[in-house]
Design a protein around this ligand. Structure first.
Ligand SMILES: [Zn+2]
Length: 148
């Protein structure tokens, strides 16, 4: 599985997924996650676009929840501000190195293809990382590089 490291495409804002495209976007993300097996906790559609410039990055991502891969289309993360935030190390298949990134600890994931999901801790962090991808933001933009 090749992962997109083209920062031009990775910095673009993904377009809202049309209902007619929910099916194939879901399949692409599930297949990509399967190919990556345990290497990825989450994956945004734009990261799967290696040789294709014919389509726009689609606003969708996959993540593992309770060991199962779930796809979220046109997602929004509503943070619980009173839940606070924390800064932790993150890695990304599209970026070299580790970065300290601040994220909300809790929130609700709303999407157009799944019931709302309450997330906290690591899952909330993965979700915010992936939604940043959909807005063209990488950990190298939002975080601070960890120097060994
Ligand atoms: Zn990433």
């Amino acid at each position: 599985m090749l992962i997109n490291k083209n920062t031009n495409i990775l910095h673009s804002v993904s377009e809202l997924v049309n209902v007619a495209n929910f099916g194939w976007v879901t399949n692409v993300l599930k297949l990509a996650m399967k190919t990556l097996s345990n290497k990825a906790h989450g994956l945004a559609h734009v990261q799967t676009m290696v040789n294709s410039s014919l389509i726009q990055p689609q606003r969708a991502f996959a993540m593992k929840l309770d060991g199962k891969v779930e796809v979220f289309i046109n997602p929004v993360f509503k943070p619980s501000v009173i839940g606070g935030s924390s800064t932790e190390e993150e890695e990304c298949l599209s970026v070299n190195g580790k970065f300290n990134v601040s994220r909300f600890k809790k929130g609700k994931l709303i999407s157009q293809n799944q019931s709302p999901v309450k997330l906290s801790g690591f899952d909330a962090r993965v979700c915010q990382h992936e939604i940043d991808h959909l807005d063209g933001i990488l950990i190298s933009d939002s975080g601070e590089k960890v120097t060994a």
